[in-house]
Design a protein around this ligand. Structure first.
Ligand code: NDP
Length: 235
């Protein structure tokens, strides 16, 4: 049975991904920072709850130890946890604003990947799926008319966009550095969740589609790509 960890999976796209991967036969460890909401969400979809705050070294190390003790390996890591951070005009942003969003969206996946790498390496076919955004694409920022992920035309989210652009490069580098692990980033598309005050135009079921598809390909699929629901996303 494929063992999968999804971070930030107590609601939204992460929870829907957990539900679908459980239905597909994965043994899903549902990571969440809030014990009560995490445990309730895991029970709802038939996953195992794993306490995990991606901004906290001790929490991430404890989660890796728990998985090591109870399973001994990890097949698919889905770095899904994310926040928008401060939504302000660029001139009004502070270093603290950027640090806050990078801590979750960039250092979070980095921290979790470092901690779980030894467990991924014990899998016969390991994979990493990093949940990014079309807002992190330089090509789309340059020519949004060439992409139809239904993104808002302009969003005052410099911190968020740049954290996702950095996550894209982190993943592209991982794909080269770890030829033994299939590493990809995905863009769920503009989805109605708490993250954007439910202003997105897709349902969570639609948003989770590409995350689920790439997670199900696991260690068998191509590596180093940026995937959206309607095909490759330009970097
Ligand atoms: P939600 O706000 O519904 O879910 C985000 C999840 O991340 C929550 O479970 C939240 O937990 C968790 N989280 C936040 N910070 C931490 C942390 N420090 N440790 C652990 N978990 C944390 O948003 P979405 O489902 O929309 O977002 C999921 C991913 O999809 C994000 O990476 C987002 O950037 C990406 N995405 C979303 C799009 C959209 O339109 N919705 C578009 C493109 C990408 P808690 O409940 O405790 O806050």
């Amino acid at each position: 049975m494929t063992t999968t960890l999804i971070t930030g999976a107590n609601k939204g796209i992460g929870l829907e991904t957990a539900r679908r991967l459980v239905a597909a036969g994965h043994s899903v460890h549902l990571g969440a920072r809030d014990p009560a909401r995490g445990a309730a969400a895991a029970e709802r979809v038939g996953a195992s709850f794993l306490p995990l705050d991606v901004t906290d070294d001790a929490s991430v190390a404890a989660a890796a130890r728990t998985l090591e003790e109870c399973v001994g390996h990890l097949d698919v890591l889905v770095n899904n946890a994310g926040i928008t951070g401060a939504l302000k005009e660029p001139a009004d942003l502070t270093v603290e604003d950027l640090k806050q969003v990078y801590e979750t969206n960039l250092f979070g996946p980095f921290r979790v990947t470092q901690a779980f790498l030894p467990l991924l390496r014990k899998s016969a076919a390991p994979a990493m799926v990093n949940v990014s955004s079309g807002l992190g694409s330089l090509a789309i920022a340059e020519a949004p008319e060439h992409y139809t992920s239904m993104l808002p035309a302009y969003y005052p989210s410099l911190g968020y966009n740049s954290s996702k652009a950095a996550l894209n490069m982190l993943t592209a580098q991982y794909a080269k550095a770890f030829p033994d692990i299939v590493c990809n980033v995905v863009d769920p598309g503009w989805t109605a969740t708490d993250l954007n005050g439910h202003r997105g135009v897709q349902t969570v079921e639609e948003g989770a589609d590409i995350v689920v598809r790439v997670a199900l390909r696991g260690g068998e699929g191509p590596t180093g790509g940026f995937h959206g629901n309607s095909g490759p996303v330009p970097w």
